[in-house]
Design a protein around this ligand. Sequence first.
Ligand SMILES: NC(=O)c1ccc[n+]([C@@H]2O[C@H](COP(=O)([O-])OP(=O)(O)OC[C@H]3O[C@@H](n4cnc5c(N)ncnc54)[C@H](O)[C@@H]3O)[C@@H](O)[C@H]2O)c1
Ligand SMILES: O=C(O)C(=O)C[C@@H](O)[C@H](O)[C@H](O)COP(=O)(O)O
Ligand SMILES: [Zn+2]
Length: 366
Amino acid sequence: MNNTRILKVELGARSYPIRIGRSIAGLDTAFPESAGRSLRVVTDSNVEPLYLEALLGALSLTRDQVYVVPAGEASKTWDSAGKVLDWLLESRLSRDGCLIALGGGVIGDLTGFVASIYQRGIDFIQIPTTLLAQVDSSVGGKTGVNHARGKNLIGAFHQPISVVADTDTLATLPKRELLAGLAEVIKYGMLADGLLFEWLESNLDRILSLNPNSLAEIIERCCAIKARIVGLDERETGSGPRALLNLGHTFGHAIETYTGYTEWLHGEAVATGLVLAADLSARHGWITEAVAARCTALIARAGLPVAPPKGMTAEHFRDLMGLDKKVKAGKLRLILLRGLGDAVLSSDFEQDLLDETLAAACRTTS
Ligand SMILES: NC(=O)c1ccc[n+]([C@@H]2O[C@H](COP(=O)([O-])OP(=O)(O)OC[C@H]3O[C@@H](n4cnc5c(N)ncnc54)[C@H](O)[C@@H]3O)[C@@H](O)[C@H]2O)c1
Ligand SMILES: O=C(O)C(=O)C[C@@H](O)[C@H](O)[C@H](O)COP(=O)(O)O
Ligand SMILES: [Zn+2]
């Protein structure tokens, strides 16, 4: 790969590199971690025609070492995981084998989950091909599948042994998917890095026009934030900082579940969730209304939704958010803002103010 930048997720014996660079043709040199391993690739039906041949060529693999799932969130299910597991057993992969996830966050989460339970756990490598996966999902070892009752409710923490992000792959990404990835980038600015947020306000157009240097810049900055947080709190303990990466997600996951995982992309739902989190923070007086307005404005400028789907009510939100994994002792906990770049995990928000936020948001779309 050309111009490779290397970051590291520091987790003792489970530490691993994140390589960010260009040119998929050089992928063989990009992850020495795969050398000498028995490999299997999992990808999806959109990524297969675009990047599979290059990867197979680089690693001297054959088609029978590849499993292709239908593209999209509908494949992030228990049923799909079962099918991949069946295939791995049929292809007689042993415990020293290694999976490669070639694709977006759906493929990364699904493949990582399969790797976490196949023969009680085998290695896997992430080759993220969406902006969302390059800035977020490929790093940190959250793997899993969705359930009709809620997002990511079945899963495991299982770290990859390597992440290889080739920014050239973003050239083929549909615009809507690029924008969905941008939602997680804006999230990082809001929760941990006010300067990144300001940089996005000034440089949004460069990102939208796929300027390679700007893309590499945001991918590196986001991965650095995530690597630091994951290194401090790998398994999202109650007291550690990892939960902060969930800013906007309690609302966002409710939207994804309400819409059946097919209408709204994850990043779109998170975008609206970020707006709601900022609104609720402002109602508490923890950030000014002007800061909340800046968050909403940047998200809207990025072409992302700022209000829930039509028909979704405050009652729908309250019901779905009750199954959020951050619920503790029956009490909902939310990530809220104390400033731009300063997020907190809070259980002491006012229920009345949450009701106001939900009522106002749902009124705009009903
Ligand atoms: N594990 C984590 O920490 C974490 C973090 C954020 C999101 N996620 C999960 O990630 C998922 C969303 O990921 P996503 O947005 O990457 O979705 P995705 O994997 O569905 O990819 C989006 C679409 O782009 C296509 N695609 C992928 N790469 C392409 C390329 N280079 N060119 C053209 N098309 C391409 C895919 O086929 C798909 O249709 C959600 O399930 C979300 O919950 C997980
Ligand atoms: O890595 C994390 O931690 C995150 O919360 C990143 C999120 O962007 C991501 O969507 C994650 O899958 C959400 O996890 P969940 O635990 O809320 O299901
Ligand atoms: Zn997310």
